[in-house]
Design a protein around this ligand. Sequence first.
Ligand SMILES: [Zn+2]
Length: 393
Amino acid sequence: MTSYRDLLQRTKSEIAEIDATGASALLDNGAGPVLVDVRERDEWVEGHIPGAIHIPRGYLESRIEATVPDRSRQIVLYCASGNRSAFAAKTLEDLGYEHVTSLAGGFTDWKRNGHPFVVPRALDDTQRKRYSRHLLIPEVGEEGQLKLLDSRMLLIGAGGLGSPASLYLAAAGVGTLGIVDDDAVDETNLQRQIVHSLERLGEPKAESAKRTIEALNPDVEVKVFKERLTSENIDRILAEGWDVIVDGADNFPTRYLVNDASVWHGIPVVHGSIFRFEGQATVFKPGEGPCYRCLFPQPPPPELAPSCAEGGVLGVLPGIVGSIQANEAIKLALGVGDPLVGRLLLFDALETTFTEIALRRDPGCPVCGESPTITEYVDYVEFCQGGHTHVIS
Ligand SMILES: [Zn+2]
């Protein structure tokens, strides 16, 4: 019968080992080896060698081919003391890897010899539970969830579009949400603005949204801007540093301000708008696609804008469009998928159809074009009594 000790000794005699000093020299070399940490997650989060990839021993066989497809690449494996990595090295050799080495003495010796290590950030237990359905998706995972928690998104408006967008972004764990809204909660809002409620009538919408969000997810810090965006305050608000702007504005002057500012500040805008049964969404990403002014260089003349009385909207429509905006914002923050850059998505709620229109950047655009003619903010005047144009939020 073979004892553990015998098996370990035999395995070690069949594989290559390297000590901490040798491994350190090897890693400093530009074309260094792939360093794989085969310990368990709780060991990894307490500290690991910089640049290491974490594949727990139990997943090594199933994950190594995706991580290191080239079997001729040099691989250095390590664990805590050099035993688990010895067995792991043997396994990789069996899988056809040609240059596998185990770090003798493991991470313990590495640290003891004064070599550098890093302690990674990690989700705490409550967060692992809360975001467990994100952690199961490879495109998100713990790294992506930490990205979301680090991300900062600015919502323009806590109305029809801002309601679902803010709720989903907060639930997803977007760490900082800014909300710009100078309105108060009104009875006519509740048909679609689901972040508010009857008991908040008369309260500032930004505060009402903050209360709902904080009750939903304490990981989210909400910054409230109880003001209407103007040329005077937009630079101050954007200077707080935002990764994404979610535009749920209900009027043209704000739309144009947000557009011009986003181009000048280099912040992508997830745009949404709704009218009756029709919704649209797109992403304006500075430098990569068109901006709002590439499509509409100037606001429409007042006589062409539908009158305020016509500005109705089916209550569920902003729920759909605002959710699409949240989806795009999360993709931008994670850097995954194909965002709606240069694509206008149209949704018809009556027919239940989605249509996509390709949008092009206009080299003659007055803001993002080759020779811009607009270089300062323009405060357009509301041309609809009551402060609403045909875009309803
Ligand atoms: Zn443009």
